[in-house]
Design a protein around this ligand. Structure first.
Ligand SMILES: C[S@@+](CC[C@H](N)C(=O)[O-])C[C@H]1O[C@@H](n2cnc3c(N)ncnc32)[C@H](O)[C@@H]1O
Length: 344
């Protein structure tokens, strides 16, 4: 039985006038309020004294209900898995999954430094900020699951991005194996500046990054900065200008040299990171590009025959501009990485 508009109005009017007194309500209205308060997990007196509207009570009730359903579903699934494992064990089929040992950055022999510059918050729409967060999750996840993770830094980290990550299922940076700083990369790597060790990666530079060997040899003396920017190329040349103003080095990836792209050579943050990770581990640029650049972004002559490779499928999947993106998969993967990190 739902209250009529008149009843609702009376409750609101009454709440505005005498918040702690329900004497103006009819018995029917009181009963309705009691019913809703009970479902919302508050007492009738609390509901009246704190001016809770029917709508608020209903919302509270439905979120309680939703949490209950979720909990029982989880329990059900856990039970199913348990039964399934038991059956497998009984049938002698249980294959013990080998726990993958993860290498922490501090234990990694890969000392190449890459920083993602997160100073562009003010230049992105909320939608693009969300895309960027997704790309960051991919960078992290890919580094974390690698046998030789590189030294990943996030610089100019602002409150907004921190609270966004904390809000999304307690995945705040505290549990990440990553160097996080609210300072600019210029401050974090100040000691490298005079040695021309800070190199901003930007498509618009006339300089080209050197070979994998050279990058590996200069590990610890150079840091490669990726612009944490999703701009659909509306801010062409922006990071190049930034690097020039700051008097630091800049370079583009050697894409032209190895691959013909269908359109732009501006890559997403995660693709640039994945390339840097592979190259820092000794993979040649040619092979790294082959693995990372999605087929659909290449000119037809640079595409593989259908079914020829599985690696390209992975990178297609990791292209965060793709419409088939599944953020919840990213989150699941990240949660997994973080839980592995916390327990290692
Ligand atoms: C989506 S792009 C942003 C493009 C932006 N208009 C700019 O001025 O950099 C994100 C970042 O990836 C890096 N990036 C993308 N493509 C690159 C390329 N071909 N060479 C070097 N860096 C690249 C740059 O650091 C860039 O800031």
């Amino acid at each position: 039985m739902s209250g009529t508009n008149n009843e609702k109005e009376t409750i609101h009017e009454h709440e505005e006038e005498v918040a702690t007194d329900d004497s103006n309500l009819t018995d029917k209205q009181k009963a309705r309020l009691k019913y809703l308060a009970e479902r919302a997990g508050v007492t009738y007196e609390e509901a009246v004294s704190t001016n809770m509207s029917q709508r608020r009570l209903k919302k509270m009730a439905s979120s309680i209900r939703y949490a209950e359903i979720l909990q029982s579903k989880r329990k059900e699934e856990k039970e199913k898995r348990k039964t399934f494992r038991k059956l497998q064990r009984e049938a002698g089929q249980l294959i013990q999954k080998e726990r993958k040992t993860r290498t922490l950055m501090k234990d990694s022999n890969n000392k190449v430094c890459v920083a993602i510059d997160l100073s562009f918050d003010g230049l992105m729409s909320n939608k693009d900020k969300k895309k960027l967060r997704k790309q960051l999750l991919r960078c992290y996840s890919c580094n974390r699951s690698s046998e030789a993770p590189l030294q990943l830094y996030l610089t100019s980290v602002g409150d907004e991005i921190i609270s966004e990550f904390e809000g999304a299922g307690n995945m705040g940076f505290d549990n990440w194996d990553v160097h996080v700083s609210s300072k600019s990369y210029l401050d974090v790597f100040n000691h490298m500046k005079s040695e021309k060790g800070i190199i901003y990666l930007t498509r618009d530079s006339e300089n080209v990054l050197p070979s994998s060997d050279v990058i590996r040899e200069s590990a610890g003396q150079k840091v490669y900065i990726i612009g944490g920017l999703v701009d659909h190329n509306t801010l062409k040349g922006f990071t190049l200008e930034k690097a020039k103003k700051e008097g630091i080095e800049h370079a583009r990836l050697p894409i032209d040299e190895y691959m013909k792209m269908l359109r732009s050579q501006v890559l997403t943050v995660n693709h640039v990171f994945e390339l840097m990770l592979l190259v820092s581990q000794g993979t040649s640029w040619a092979d790294a590009l082959e693995k990372v650049i999605p087929q659909r972004k290449r000119k037809p002559e640079c595409r593989k025959a259908v079914g020829a490779s599985k690696t390209s499928a992975i990178s297609e999947q990791s292209d965060s501009d793709s419409s088939t993106d599944d953020e919840s998969n990213d989150r699941k993967r990240l949660k997994h990485e973080i839980s592995e990190h916390s327990s290692s």
